[in-house]
Write a protein that binds this ligand. Sequence first.
Ligand code: GLC
Length: 482
Amino acid sequence: MQINELVIAENIEEQAWQALEKSILYYQGRPVGTLAAYDPSVEALNYDQCFIRDFVSSALIFLLKGKPEIVRNFLEETLKLQPKERALDAYKPGRGLIPASFKVVSINGEEYLEADFGEHAIARVTPVDSCLWWILLLRAYVVSTKDYSLADRPEFQTGIRLIMEICLANRFDMYPTLLVPDGACMIDRRLGIYGHPLEIQVLFYAALRAARELLICDGNQDVFAAIDNRLPLLCAHIRQHYWIDINRLNAIYRFKSEEYGKGAVNLFNIYVDSIPYYELDKWLPRKGGYLAGNVGPSQLDTRFFSLGNLMAIISDLATEEQSQAIMTLIEERWEDLVGDMPMKICFPALEHEEYRIVTGCDPKNIPWSYHNAGSWPVLMWMLAAAAVKTHKTGLVRKAIEIAQTRLVEDEWPEYYDGKKGRLIGKQARKYQTWSIAGFLLAKELIANPSSLKLVSFDELSPEAVSRACEFEISSVDPYLSH
Ligand code: GLC
């Protein structure tokens, strides 16, 4: 890099830090989180709250820059918001949940924290991902500070245990994945991701791994047994049934349907006509592949969702081969997935009748906007982390450099619209905190690859996974058995 480019880059980072510091939320004099956005030009709605999922990006950069205090305060305060008793009223949050967001309210001069578990949120969506991100952040805090004593404290052990109980509870469905309603994660509006969306499954997997590390042995044998039982099955299920590449597409293309019983190859009874073969045939590179957005009864959502795919690489849920293939796909389909602003939340957009039916005519989610294939700068850090993990940082470094000038000029928008991400999001906030933190974090990950350890995991015992595969795979599946 030239000297003047270096000065510009440093200046941008400094501006980003100043903006990030402005967003810090104080409670009883202590920093406890960051606001979703600090944009005085538009009505705040709930963007003046601290969202759990949004704060993760800020928290990771604070940890990496030697500022763990705000993260510890956040973990302590949000833990207090977690319901510890069974809800007697069905409209109240269940035991173990972590809220979507919280804010500081002042009553008679005294400050309180008020949580939102979705009961105030638009469409009353439930934040399933919050409790999963919370465990991941606690683990990142422990890895970064080596302060095991925080996680060992009885109230933290109870908190983790309650989250495990809600995730591993007896339930109706028959898959190792988690069944959730639409809008239960970053995409918190209706977008046809109810059922078993990839994002939740990947976070679930990573949270199980983190909980396994953080829970102490005493009195947790039942939870350990449940986690050890679930992890390999979940891992094998995702690796097999969500995977799409040209070989797999060929196998699905020739699937028979209405198969009954143990010998079924088309386990989920996917109807061949529901898959956009001709687009995928053109779009899939020879070597690339990715994890599908959702798998369920007669359902294979072939949209590419970035958070799920990138976190699958980072958390080691995808195999080494699959991780490389996902990065190859991103490289080969750069214009579609990254364009001018890393990176698209999903691809392609739902259009026409499909848009109307699946989103319920949501004007915020028109094609190539917001959740419906808009570009979200926060995803930049996950792209950087996945690139570090797969040793492919070159391209990503360049993309971040290209994006950074625009981000500053455009005042850190929440998201961009358009097929290449060149339009500032129609209803995007400015000074969106996770856009700022996501950029800083991406820079830090590329500059110091060892930072990856805060969010990554080692390989899960291969024996356990292959045992799970044997259990799962039908021996007659022509694709999976070779
Ligand atoms: C939007 C996003 C959600 C985010 C929130 C606050 O609702 O969809 O993921 O947490 O804004 O930034």
